[in-house]
Design a protein around this ligand. Structure first.
Ligand SMILES: O=C(O)[C@H](O)COP(=O)(O)O
Length: 336
């Protein structure tokens, strides 16, 4: 069943001319948020091959139905489960996104709109457990993660870990087990940074297209293996970002930890390409909007795409998995 879910999600992601994770009512987001994905081959034979998604018809759910206890408070007894959640989020609008400049590895902060986007994203994931956070080394992804966590109902405090020297480690040590329990470690990694845009960094995107031609600039920005002048191609970016994801992030998921990764358009495009098994052709049309969280469930070694959480409403979070519904119930009972 889960294999089918992955295939279905993949089918959905390659189904439109331009695949945007924008949370603004795209068919994909709506469908995954409502957990009404179409089984491959269940309604339109050949749809996968053609890259089409059935608009309606015989839809089947890709997850087990969630049955809540009748008192609505949830069963709080800890259950051993190999299922964990993974949230990916591109940072909110940066000051260079606003100016339409190539940013890459230049460390630019968020705009007020970016701050709002991060807060809004936090509301959308406020009922989803998070045990560890990974961010890039750049301020825009770190701001986004921190602002989003301010909205989380569990109210744990995200704390950046400093492991660059023994002194940094010992000077930032927490001496209370209780306080540690109420904290979430934030691990920062340069490997999750935006792709290095080389000689395009700081240039205006429109002016660059006017000067070098739209096609050339599109190839630099979206192709898999063509690097911009003296910069990184998506393939080169994937080399570091996906390796880091496999080596450092996946072990937490395997251990049953719930993870959030706050990073950038292209480092995340390379990770999503890996998770959704996109080809180098398919990834060309993968677009990520700023500040939109994307949820995956990691179960039995597979990543199951769950779309973008729509908000803290009951229907949205209860639909994802039984474990997330139970977690939500625990949060509800904590505030009663
Ligand atoms: O680095 C940048 O300029 C943007 O964050 C991402 O750029 P892109 O939209 O060209 O991928």
């Amino acid at each position: 069943m889960y294999r089918m879910a992955a295939a279905t999600s993949h089918n959905a992601i390659v189904s439109t001319q331009s695949h945007r994770w924008n949370g603004k009512n795209s068919r994909l987001d709506k469908r995954t948020a409502n957990v009404r994905l179409v089984s491959v081959g269940s309604c339109c034979p050949g749809s996968r091959k053609l890259g089409l998604v059935c608009a309606s018809g015989s839809q089947s759910s890709v997850i087990d139905p969630v049955h809540l206890p009748s008192n609505g408070k949830g069963d709080h007894s800890p259950k051993k489960s190999s299922e964990s959640s993974l949230i990916l989020i591109r940072h909110g609008e940066s000051m260079w996104n606003e100016k339409n400049l190539f940013t890459g590895c230049v460390d630019v902060p968020l705009t007020p709109k970016g701050v709002e986007e991060a807060i809004e994203a936090g509301k959308r994931i406020c009922n989803i457990p998070i045990d560890v956070i990974f961010t890039s080394a750049m301020i825009r992804s770190q701001m986004t993660a921190m602002l989003a966590m301010m909205q989380h109902r569990r109210k744990k405090v995200p704390i950046i870990t400093h492991k660059e020297s023994e002194q940094a480690q010992s000077w930032s040590k927490i001496y209370s087990e209780d306080t540690k329990e109420q904290s979430i470690p934030v691990i920062t990694a340069w490997q999750l940074n935006e792709r290095m845009y080389g000689e395009l960094q700081g240039l205006n995107k429109q002016e660059t297209a006017d000067r070098f031609g739209k096609e050339q600039v599109h190839e630099w920005r979206r192709s898999y293996d063509t690097p911009p002048p003296n910069g990184e191609s998506l393939e080169m970016c994937a080399d570091r970002a996906v390796s880091y994801f496999k080596d450092q992030v996946v072990p937490h998921l395997t251990a049953g930890k719930h993870v959030m990764v706050a990073a950038h358009a292209n480092s995340l495009r390379s990770i999503i390409m890996h998770l959704d098994k996109l080809t180098s052709q398919e990834v060309i049309s993968l677009e990520l909007s700023t500040g939109i969280p994307m949820l995956y469930i990691f179960k039995e070694g597979e990543f199951i795409r769950r779309g973008s959480p729509v908000g803290p409403s009951e229907a949205s979070v209860y639909a994802y998995t039984r474990n997330l519904a139970t977690y939500r119930n625990t949060l509800d009972s904590m505030v009663q």
